[in-house]
Design a protein around this ligand. Structure first.
Ligand SMILES: *Cc1c(COP(=O)(O)O)cnc(C)c1O
Length: 358
């Protein structure tokens, strides 16, 4: 069975040797040594000043909204994983969906201003598949209209835009380190901000809002454990070669499929991509469903990332805006298997099979 992704695991002995440091001290959670070490390694790798390691990539969106005092309308993308919208709804914010750019499937920055009302407080956008949102334009709009910007960077680990990590844009950027993501710690995530004051506030929110006997604010539990941090520390030395191997496989897929299926635009000036996903867009939903069933019969699991378009979720308040481009793309997009131990021959088999069916 070939799945859409296969979690990369470091050699067990390397994981165990790191974990043993926490084990021997019997200090296994609550801002332990390995968590702090992972945070400094990640700050170095991403070249950011303020980063907090957390339990996942969803609670960080909720914390970001809380820290920026967002309670009303938030302009957001309909083309992302459901966690992006869920975080807004969970925090009782009102999502206002703005359609996507048909080129790279991120929110179309040229359509944002028309959606701003007197209740708009923020923009929550996803660098979908690790492709960059129009961060310049979104930055300009946010200054002009006094809006906060949060980027859901769950797919953007290792992407570099204009000499900086893509995770260093916006007031707050988040990432997910879930086992299905490019860099993972089994479960996990992080919060990236720009000032020590904000980082201190986020630190409090991450652990119940108190430091020992001093209680400052309402908080939640978004801490992560030494077991999880150990996975990150063991995996980080491999991340550049993981990205390289993915890049090779992507070029094999491209050599078969480009020109035959629609691919998102990945060549962007001043941008280094992480090759975290390989989405293709086919002619119609019918073709997609046929393709999916036929690939599954050959033991290949593909996934409908991202479907449905989030503005059509059944639990949204009535009257959510329509987003024709996102609704169309999400019905026709499929992510193909992509992970370091995938063989070139398997990529060829999958690509040839697709070509024979479309
Ligand atoms: C995976 C993902 C999340 C959620 O991350 P978890 O760590 O699983 O909570 C949020 N946003 C996007 C875009 C994702 O792909």
């Amino acid at each position: 069975m070939i799945n859409v992704t296969k979690t990369f695991l470091p050699p067990f002995e390397e994981y165990a040797a790191i974990l043993k440091r926490a084990w021997d001290k019997a200090w296994i959670t609550n801002n332990g040594e390995l968590v702090q070490e992972l945070e400094s390694m990640l700050k170095e790798y991403l070249a950011v000043d303020q980063l907090l390691y957390t339990s996942n990539g969803t609670v960080v969106l909720q914390i970001a909204l809380k820290a920026l005092n967002i309670t009303k309308e938030v302009i957001t993308t309909p083309f992302s994983y459901v966690a992006t919208t869920n975080a807004l709804l969970w925090e009782k914010c009102s999502p206002v969906f703005v359609d996507i750019d048909p080129g790279n499937f991120c929110i179309d920055a040229d359509k944002i201003e028309a959606a701003i009302t007197e209740n708009t407080q923020a923009i929550l956008a996803t660098h979908v598949y690790g492709l960059p949102c129009n961060v310049e334009k979104i930055g300009e709009i946010s200054l002009k209209h006094n809006l906060k910007v949060i980027y859901d960077g769950a797919h953007a680990f290792g992407c570099i835009y204009k000499g900086k990590s893509l995770l260093s844009y916006g007031d707050i950027s988040t990432c997910s380190f879930h086992a299905t993501k490019l860099f993972h710690t089994v479960e996990g995530g992080c919060l990236i901000s720009h000032y020590k004051e904000m980082n201190d506030q986020l630190f409090l929110y991450r652990s119940f809002g108190h430091l020992v006997d001093d209680y400052y604010c309402v908080g939640i539990n978004a801490k992560n454990s030494e077991f999880h941090a150990a996975m990150g520390l063991a995996l980080l030395p491999y991340i550049n070669s993981i990205i390289e191997e993915r890049k090779e496989l992507v070029s094999v897929y491209d050599s078969y499929l480009s020109g035959h299926v629609q691919l998102p635009v990945r060549t962007i000036k001043d941008f280094t991509y992480n090759h975290s996903y390989y989405p293709i867009v086919v002619q119609s939903e019918d073709v997609l469903l046929k393709l999916k069933i036929s690939l599954e019969a050959k033991g290949v699991n593909v996934r409908r990332y991202f479907y449905p378009s989030l503005n059509t979720l059944p639990f949204l308040p009535a009257g959510s805006n329509s987003c024709p481009i996102s609704e169309d793309i999400s019905k026709r997009v499929l992510c193909l298997p992509l992970y370091p131990s995938l063989k070139t021959s398997e990529v060829k088999m999958i690509a040839e099979h697709i070509l024979s069916l479309i």
